[in-house]
Write a protein that binds this ligand. Structure first.
Ligand code: ZN
Ligand code: FE
Length: 255
């Protein structure tokens, strides 16, 4: 078992692209396809041939480049059924608990409905890595376009159950605005205040705030803290986890 290499790069307006490379076999996957041209260039610059596409959900800034990358590389597409909405069905359709392989690297599929109903996350437990798409962001979470607050809270619970040292690759650089919102509901949280200071310093120098870790998000991300009594009281739903989560999500939509 070799340790995979993750090459991350910004693309489109605020997306991140990710190439996952297995040095042992030379296989390379692109996690989602926000910008086909850019992804192909990055792979070429690394000298890597893209052999697989791993989709997290159907949104065009995640699967919209599939056809062009397949045309250029012949890569095999794996992902949730919902990707079919953009045209072609994935070569392999994934479900909870499925194991996918990139050479010697294995990932487990975790279903995380909420942002979309078919959203999945790729967890590489042996390597302490998770590609979480638009389910979890640094200090934020995805908007509920298709699922309910209750579904999203359960989905985030699956991520919260991963080991604290799991490196989390989120698909967007939204952290500065997420931090401002988080402070508005949980400003007494010292871990959050310290995290937000770090975000400000990084963004001032145009440094990415991604990846983050499960441990850091558990301590500071209000969307993972709906069971915290202080946060519950602050938003007016003491003792009610799902109502607290729904309220925090709603306030963020209007922030
Ligand atoms: Zn999305
Ligand atoms: Fe997105």
């Amino acid at each position: 078992m070799s340790q995979p290499i993750v090459h991350m790069f910004p693309c489109l307006k605020d997306n991140y692209g990710f190439l996952l490379h297995d040095p042992a076999t030379g296989e390379t996957a692109t996690i989602d396809t926000p910008d086909a041209g850019r992804i192909l260039e990055e792979a070429k610059a690394k000298g890597w041939a893209i052999t697989q596409i791993w989709n997290t959900h159907w949104h065009p800034d995640h699967a919209g480049g599939n056809a062009d990358i397949v045309a250029a590389t012949g890569a095999r597409v794996i992902g949730p059924q919902e990707v079919t909405r953009l045209g072609a069905a994935p070569d392999r359709i994934l479900h909870e608990g499925d194991v996918v392989e990139l050479g010697s690297v294995q990932a487990r599929v975790v279903e995380t409905p909420g942002h979309t109903l078919g959203h999945i996350v790729y967890h590489l437990p042996m390597h302490h890595i998770a590609f979480v798409g638009d389910t979890l962001f640094a200090l934020g979470c995805g908007r509920l376009f298709e699922g309910t607050a209750s579904q999203m809270w359960d989905s985030l619970g699956k991520l919260r159950a991963m080991p604290d040292d799991t490196t989390v690759y989120c698909a967007h650089e939204y952290t500065a605005s997420n931090a401002a919102f988080a402070l508005s509901v949980d400003g007494g949280n010292h871990d959050l205040v310290a995290y937000a200071d770090g975000v400000k310093a990084k963004r001032a120098q145009d440094i990415p705030t991604v990846p983050t870790t499960i441990g850091a998000e558990k301590r500071a991300n209000p969307f993972l803290r709906a069971d915290d009594p202080k946060l519950q009281a602050f938003v007016g739903h003491p003792g009610d986890v799902v109502a607290t989560f729904a309220e925090v999500r709603e306030r963020k939509n209007n922030f």
